[in-house]
Write a new protein. Sequence first.
Length: 207
Amino acid sequence: SSDLYLSEKKDLVVADFCCGTGKNSLLLSEKVGTFKKVILVDINERFLEIAKKSKINAKEVVLVKGDILKADLTCEADAVISLFAYHHVPDRAKGLYVKKVIEVLKPGGLLLLGEIYLPTKEITSEYYKYLTDTIPDGDMSDSLRTFLLQTAESSDFEFKVSQDFAHTQLKKNNFTLLESKKIWPTTKKFGDDIGMFFEVWKLNTKV
Ligand SMILES: C[S@@+](CC[C@H](N)C(=O)[O-])C[C@H]1O[C@@H](n2cnc3c(N)ncnc32)[C@H](O)[C@@H]1O
């Protein structure tokens, strides 16, 4: 639904943090129309190569290969896309990640945040077990099962984050929550603040 917040605007400048193959920028540009500029940042060169070939609807596409925490991104973006990225940063560095978002956003700019909020190691294990059990047999493969279990137990490339931690940090940095939508699970299996969320945050002013 992020396109609803952006569809009135022209000449959008968008930064996609930890963009992977760039599919989120692609989808958003298809919804809201040609971006003036998109800046795609990822540490994985192979993902960026795929992103480069994808048909993101933008007048200018800038690829930045490297650690988002060290990236020098000078722009006045209307929106930062951060989908399943913030939790890749250890807790002690999450403040720096938020500072990077602020650095590139113009005041009033939007943070489009997709996250899996998991407060503890135990809930993380349960969450991925439930996810694995929920995926229909026809869609499950050995490699997907292995990946999900590896993700559940990972402490070197996935650091997990609770909704409380993320919300406290963003509010402290002058963001206002415009919308928070839980995507999965839709059952009552876990608490209301646990699972996959999509959120829209607005940067009020730069502090
Ligand atoms: C779960 S994927 C999400 C990709 C994309 N945002 C999406 O929603 O499809 C996490 C991405 O973060 C990238 N990544 C992890 N740590 C990073 C860092 N410190 N700096 C830049 N990119 C990073 C990975 O290479 C990967 O593409």
